[in-house]
Structure formats: C-alpha cells, structure tokens
Design a protein around this ligand. Structure first.
Ligand code: ADP
Ligand code: MG
Length: 378
C-alpha cells in the first residue's frame, strides 16, 4: 500500500494502465429491449473525481454496476488497472461501492458495520481496530463507534456507509447518488467534505448525480450521460463554455438553443447567421461548410449584453423585454425579438446605480462571438 495514511494513492497506483484507473471499452448493456448502456467508451484517470451526470433512467447506475462487477457487459470490456475484469465478480475487484440506500446492517454497531468487510477478508483483529478507527476519524465519526446505526441521523448513516467503503482501501470508489436523501444544508456540507476526503486519500472517485450544481461543485471532470451514451466528458468549466451537444448545453447550466440560418462563412473561420428577423450574429464556425443551411447555437443567458442603444456595438440586434423575474442576485429577462423568437437573458444585480430593466422596455442585445457555440442537435 502506498501513501502514509495506509490508503491506496491513485496518483502512484497505475500498473501499466496508461494512467487510467478503469476503462470501459465499447461497452453495451441491454435489459430485454432496453439498451441501458450503448457502446460507451470511458477512461477514468487515476486519482480523479469523475461525475456521471444525467437525468433519471439515462444509464448512470448501470455504468456503475458494470464498473463494480454487479453487471456483466453484453459487448465490450471493463478494464481495471490495465487488465480485463469484465467477468471478474465484485468482491475480487479492487473497487467499492456506496449505495444510494446506504445498505447498513441495523443490528450491528457503527464499528461493526465498518469492520464487516475486513472481518470477511480475515484481517487480524488488531489491524481491524486501527483501520476502523482511522476510517471513523476520516469521516468525523470518532467517538460514535459503539452506537447502533438505528440511533444515527441520516447524515451520520451516510458517513458510516462511506467509512465502510473506504476502510477496505479500494483503488476506485463508486458512489451512486449518495447525498440524495440528505436535506439541502447537510448535502452542501457533505459535498465539500467528500471532495476533501477524496483529495486527501487520492482514491479515484466515480460519483453519480442528476444534480448539475452538485456535479459542478465536486468534479475534476464531468461525463454528461444521455440515453445510455456519454455525450461529453471534460472539466466542468469546459463543458459550460463549450458544450458539444444541445443536451449538454441544456443540462449543465441554462442555455438558449437557437436555430441559425447561415448567411456567410468567412475565410478567418468566422460565421454569420440569422437567428431571427433583424438579428444576425457572428460566431466562430470552424468546421462549418460554406453551403451549410443552418446550425444550432447555444447562448448562455448571462452572456447576452443589454443596452439602451446600438451605438458603438458591433452586431447588436433589437428586442423588447417581455418579462422580468427578480431573483435577488440577478434578474431573469425574457426578450422578444422581431419576428417572434425569444431569448432568455440574465443580468447581475451588481450595483444600485445599474440600469434596471422593466417589462416593455426596448433593448439592444449583443453577444461576443466567442460566447456563441455551435452544438450538435442531440
Ligand atoms: P439511472 O441510474 O441513470 O437512473 P439506470 O442505469 O438505472 O439509470 O437505468 C437505465 C435504463 O435501464 C432504464 O431505462 C431502466 O429502466 C433500465 N434498467 C435498469 N436496470 C434494469 C433491470 N434490472 N431490468 C430491466 N431494466 C433495467
Ligand atoms: Mg440510478
């Protein structure tokens, strides 16, 4: 075991695996006529915090079960530290899972729950004692070892489940929506704490959630999952600034997805497209053919700049404010463009002297060409 605390340290734990803790290679999993996971390629880096983010039913749990060994792929391979483990049962993989329901043993104490896996493996009792104590310290449950789990709060049970998974020192820890049963405050606290534990131990975490804010808060990288496929995998800010698909744009943050009729493709890679009557925008259109008829564009609400006049603005287009929703730190506006299409914009409530917009105001909109992104229409 590497690492001074006795837990495996992912950053120096690769065994001829090209720096990947685990991989899925063209993995497909079907349940009858449902393809839960569809030809997925996934490379999980040693020591990273990777989040699988997607709506209910998109295949997140199935991907975790393929990684843990509770499911066997119909096609493709599951690779752990460079070796094919597709048919290796869960208890023989250096992988542990924390379940959504915690799955604690109610008749055992906290210590008994955490020690269980080590007892099954025949670890000797003095080592069990030390390791259980270390694990309980790590999740801030020191002193509660002799409690029954039925006497614990939801948050404390969550910590026991985590300690029980960590005490076996897995290379990879899989967490399936582990915070979904906690109330908002506790959940935020646990997000920060989980991230801290992961960084301290250097264990590879694969974390599942349907909550985009949770994914943005915790992850080194996010894999956006939709209908059994991974649509995009990248750092949170990369996905936010450069969504690859309409689904990714809409699921990670808010997005205006607008059809653009291509008017011109310039030599410098810039494109010109009409997004409504009287609204022509410029954007980087690398890879767009000159005869391309139309494109789908993603524009984040906060990237739309609003002004009283078009003076000095390149490519500004007019609209009318149809609705204003006050949200405290910012306001959400709905802007009607000529010809009937609409955009959502958000304006920070930064200063008392700032112009505030009202329903019915005429407005000029402009968007920097880097803030308009061409997306695939998934
Ligand atoms: P998620 O965790 O993202 O909500 P799942 O991986 O649980 O999604 O499910 C993906 C798809 O596979 C869903 O359509 C679900 O109904 C189906 N599915 C999952 N497990 C089973 C199963 N054991 N038997 C039949 N269908 C299943
Ligand atoms: Mg699930």
């Amino acid at each position: 075991m590497s690492g001074s605390n006795g837990y495996s340290n992912g950053s120096n734990g690769s065994h001829g695996s090209n720096g990947f803790a685990m991989e899925l290679r063209s993995v497909t999993k079907r349940y009858g006529s449902v393809t839960a996971v569809n030809a997925v390629d996934l490379q999980i880096r040693d020591g990273e915090f990777l989040t699988l983010l997607g709506p209910s039913g998109c295949g997140k749990t199935t991907i975790l079960r393929l990684l843990s060994g509770f499911e066997v792929p119909d096609e493709g391979q599951v690779v752990l530290a460079g070796g094919d483990v597709s048919h290796v049962p869960p208890h023989k993989r250096d992988v542990n899972q924390v379940f959504q329901s915690y799955a604690l043993f109610p008749h055992l104490t906290v210590e008994g729950n955490v020690a269980f896996g080590l007892r099954m493996r025949g670890v000797d009792s003095s080592e069990i004692k030390t390791r259980v104590k270390d694990a309980l310290d790590l999740v801030a449950l020191d002193g509660l070892g002799s409690r029954r789990t039925s006497e614990l709060s939801g948050g404390q049970r969550q910590r026991v489940a985590l300690a029980r998974a960590l005490v076996c020192r897995p290379k990879v820890l899989l967490l399936d929506e582990p915070l979904s049963a906690l109330d908002a405050k506790l959940r935020e606290m646990m997000q920060i704490e989980l991230k801290r534990i992961q960084q301290r131990l250097g264990i590879t975490f694969v974390f599942v959630t349907h909550d985009q804010e949770e994914a943005l808060t915790m992850s080194d990288r996010i894999a956006v999952v939709n209908k059994g496929r991974i649509e995009q995998i990248d750092a949170a800010d990369e996905i936010y600034e450069h969504p690859a698909t309409a689904f990714a744009a809409d699921f990670v943050g808010a997005a205006n997805l607008v059809r653009g009729e291509v008017l011109a493709v310039r030599n410098n890679g810039q494109c010109e497209a009409r997004i409504g009557e009287g609204a022509v925008v410029l954007f980087r259109g690398e890879g767009i053919a000159a005869d391309c008829a139309d494109v789908l564009l993603s524009i984040r609400p906060e990237k739309i700049h609003l002004s009283d006049s078009s003076e000095g603005l390149m490519g500004a287009f007019p609209g009318a404010i149809e609705d204003v929703i006050f949200r405290g730190a910012f306001a959400e506006l709905r802007i009607l463009l000529e010809g009937g299409s609409a955009l959502r914009a958000s304006v920070a409530n930064a200063s008392a002297h700032k112009r505030s917009w009202r329903k019915g105001d005429r407005v000029w909109c402009s968007v920097h060409h880097d803030d308009i992104v061409v997306v695939d229409r998934h």
